[in-house]
Design a protein around this ligand. Sequence first.
Ligand code: PEP
Ligand code: MG
Length: 590
Amino acid sequence: MAHEKNTPKTVYGIPASPGIVIGKAHVVDRSKVKVMYHYLISDDLVDQEVARFREAVEKAKEQLTTLKDRLPDYVKDHAFILESHRMILKDSMVYNATIKHITEDKINAEWALKKTLLDIKNVFQEIDDEYISNRISDVGNVVERILRNLSGKQQESLLDLKERVIIVAHDISPEDATELNTSKVMGFVSNVGAKTSHTAIIAQALGLPAVMGLGNITDIVEEGCLLIVDGNTGEVVIQPDDDAIIYYHERQIQRERYRSSIIRTSYLPAKTLDGYEIAVMANTEFAGETEAVKENGGAGIGLYRTEFLYLKSNGFPSEEELFNDYKQVAEKIAPDPVIIRTLDLGGDKFLSYSNKKEANPALGLRAIRLSLKNPQVFKVQIRAILRASAYGNVWLMFPMISGLSEIQAANRILTEVKKDLDDAGMDYKRDIRVGIMIEIPSAVAIADILAHQIDFFSIGTNDLIQYALAVDRTNEDVAYLYKPFHPAILRMIRQVITAADKAGIEVSLCGAMAGEPCCVPILIGAGMKRLSVNIQSVPLIKKIIRSISLKDAESCFEDIMKLTTANQVEAYIKAFMKDLLPELGENAFI
Ligand code: PEP
Ligand code: MG
């Protein structure tokens, strides 16, 4: 039910990206096509309904051909998925069966198609075979495409907005987020999603305030109504009255003032009161952000999430495209390092044109697993990274390592690519630093073993928390269990630092935790010398480091390690931060 006009109403969700915006709502449909109408048709309309179905199938064929044509040669391997979708369109179990339902049951095409899908599922449901269940999921995708064509609905592109708006959507995928045109999109709110989802990470990178996990915001907001979105507190005010507008406008101004006062100090080194320097680096997702890293005082790029270039493209980017992108970043950020992470596709970041659906994507064919399964694609990226290493201080990092054999397999491919470049007489940094992300509990447990294989660790707490506490990082319903202060997480961090120190390799932390003000004393107290945070947070994190001595941070960490619950840790650190930087107020807390 739509919210009654002119009545202010405040709803609360998960604060996903900070900042306050006031603007007009634009409700977009990013959900699956729902078959709203099941209706019977009269005899004289049967031919017309069959023709409507045939037309939708023809259109689907054309769409699949266009998609296939966009794939560059070296990923033609993936085209089999699109080819299999085209075959399904012609399969009599789908095509003829649907026409039969329309003509014999005298029902509309959408209903007939749904019945066909159900029949297919019923026939195969008894068979416990991965191949069959994948084919059924392919049929589901094809049916979805035909339904969309029948409804005449195309996914609305978020690039085509005419005026500045706040997006209201059921879900915004990371792929959608890469499409957001920041000159038109002021911020967004969504029914689902949580703070460390990749959609939230993109919103933070783009500086777009966002509130996620609101449940039913698409049902209660009308197109064009006024909204206030507070990405710090998770509040969304629908049809605010004048008092609310004035109140939030003032908070917006105060926040901006505080931010600019901190940005003015961003060039100062991140040195503790007792003289220890911590490298505060930045996480980036696009080459275009490199300038902002420097402006905000970042000591290089501690994590370059390369998958967004793939999500943005209409096919896998070529080696030249990747090389130019990485070279540009390496040159701009030099002499500081850029840590280029190889593809972390899968999980909540899937390619609409390539990946098949998985029941548990976070535990599925994600990141290094996907790369090792597609060595052609992996090699192209590694070649591009190695070639770019000749132009700056490039480090190479593999994501989602769960054990030794994955490092060995990735290193084997790296060696092969180096040899290819040598044979071709191409320049690259021969002793490029190679590291891994520690984001799976198994890697923590054997960090001492893994440390001897590589040059550095980077702890990815976004995933480490997800996997260690069994909490889906994108699921708003379990977001209350997603606790960086959980003693298990703090112990894991300590264990990784100890293993790295013993092996004499570098260790950094690049999960969102590093950018949370109240985590800084804990992390540097634990011995972390390198943090990588979202660009906007760099100046504040540096300021906090300048306000504390390493000695005090260490005793803070020691105290915290004696505590037994996340709530106790939170209470301790809240009191600690209040003493340390009272002016931070609510901005200090997660
Ligand atoms: C992490 O998991 O903490 C991380 C930094 O990587 P991503 O957020 O891209 O999964
Ligand atoms: Mg991760």
